[in-house]
Design a protein around this ligand. Structure first.
Ligand code: AMP
Length: 420
């Protein structure tokens, strides 16, 4: 038997979980202040949902899905992202019939069979939002601002916001033809992936990271020159709204999503110092997606943010609040004959919401003090022969190192006085 987590997966050990709790708490609070409500969808879905909702020409669907047959021979897939599931839930629950827009957020594990490296895993976690039912450029700006606000609230300031517009299916088609005409003569110089992309989804050649591909396509036509008046106006309104909110951004005409259901705004946030995998969030508008998945014509916009990469970036930030929750009280008992008293004290304190732990190994008083110190206990209660004889409990304040005594009745008040 292999005693090792599968490649590309990892354990979040208790010492690290505190950091996760902290980041999750800040994210939830920020999303909720923007009026987003949480949705939780299944970890697996019908494979077809992702083929349609993510697109079968994408790397995710063509190379990276964890797909399996269940015992009834259904093809199911561990979710590689959560937008498609949100769209499915939106359609399944007839949300379009209610008051729009609706604004959802989600947080949880995603699965992609990709080559693991720093910042890239096969099971990773995303936070993301989806806003359905508005085409207002102010909504695009709000979604982007929410991502930026989360970074700010986590103390992350060294990020770059890359922004682009991919137009609508009509103006993009004209651009696509121009791009194909530009790339076709140099096709042989592209990497194998880009040669496939060129056939299936030519805009994707623009965001290839290889220098050789970039050199081959140099001088490619600029998408801004082909945006129709409506798309051009939408893009300028998004930029204006971001500028009004004092958010700076970089126009990036190579930031693309080639599929038909993506419209207008595309954005990516990077934190260059976290390494090669520097993208912490990516998103954009997908006005054609709900319809492509079998719903009504419905506007939508969202983004997904990689939690592991946020935590990687957090490593460089002074993060005082991330400390582990400390124990309030540690109950040291010297012998199993004090168990009846111990169990009552323990239950009473825990029911009162006081974080309490105890010794189970009846070690020496000294060893228990050391252990309590390690757990960060504010108070140690001592229960030994002397205490039982006299009907009291010894209270040791681990900060002042002072010791006092209390009867069982006085104990709660004495502890609260110290903790306050
Ligand atoms: P995407 O859904 O590909 O647009 O990714 C959105 C964000 O999720 C990225 O910007 C990354 O921060 C994160 N992400 C994507 N894939 C992975 C992965 N394999 N491991 C860790 N984080 C990832």
């Amino acid at each position: 038997m292999q005693v090792k987590a599968p490649r590309g997966t990892y354990d979040i050990m208790p010492d690290d979980v505190n950091k996760w709790h902290y980041v999750e708490r800040i994210i939830r609070q920020t999303a909720e202040t923007f009026g987003y409500a949480e949705i939780r969808t299944p970890i697996f879905e019908h494979t077809e949902l992702f083929e349609r909702g993510v697109g079968d020409t994408t790397d995710i669907v063509s190379k990276e899905m964890y797909t399996f047959q269940d015992r009834s021979n259904r093809s199911l897939t561990l979710r590689p992202e959560n937008t498609a599931s949100c769209v499915r839930a939106f359609i399944e629950h007839s949300v379009a019939g209610g008051i729009l827009p609706v604004k959802w957020y989600y947080m949880g594990p995603m699965f992609r069979y990709d080559r693991p490296q720093a910042g890239r895993y096969r099971q990773f976690h995303q936070f993301g939002v989806e806003a359905f039912g508005s085409n207002n450029p102010a909504m695009d700006a709000e979604v982007i601002s929410l991502a930026l606000e989360i970074l700010a609230n986590l103390g992350l300031t060294d990020y770059e916001l890359h922004l682009n517009s991919v137009g609508c299916p009509q103006c993009r088609e004209i651009y696509r033809e121009k791009l194909i005409a530009h790339i076709r003569p140099v096709k042989e110089q592209l990497c194998a992936d880009c040669q496939t992309r060129f056939e299936k989804n030519p805009l994707r050649v623009l965001d290839c990271k290889l220098n050789s591909c970039q050199a081959a396509i140099a001088g490619f036509p600029n998408i801004y020159d082909y945006l129709c008046p409506d798309c051009s106006e939408h893009y300028s309104q998004v930029r204006k709204n971001l500028s009004d909110n004092k958010s700076s951004f970089i126009h990036d005409n190579q930031l693309v999503r080639g599929l038909d259901y993506y419209t207008n705004t595309a954005f990516e946030i990077t934190i260059p110092q976290i390494g090669a995998q520097s993208a912490v969030a990516g998103g954009g508008r997908y006005n054609g997606l709900v319809k492509a998945c079998g719903g009504t014509d419905m506007q939508g916009i969202g983004f997904a943010m990689g939690m592991e990469r946020l935590l990687l970036a957090m490593a460089s930030v002074e993060n005082g609040p991330i400390n582990a929750p400390k124990l309030d009280v540690f109950l040291a008992l010297m012998d199993d004959k004090y168990e009846p008293q111990a169990v009552q004290i323990l239950s009473g304190l825990r029911r009162a919401g006081i974080k309490t732990d105890r010794d189970y190994n009846y070690r020496s008083a000294k060893a228990q003090m050391k252990y309590a110190d390690k757990l960060g206990a504010r108070i140690v209660l001592l229960l030994g022969e002397d205490e039982i004889q006299r009907g009291i409990i010894t209270i040791r304040d681990m900060q002042s190192r002072e010791q006092s005594e209390a009867s069982t009745e006085e104990l709660m008040a004495a502890i609260k006085a110290i903790l306050e």
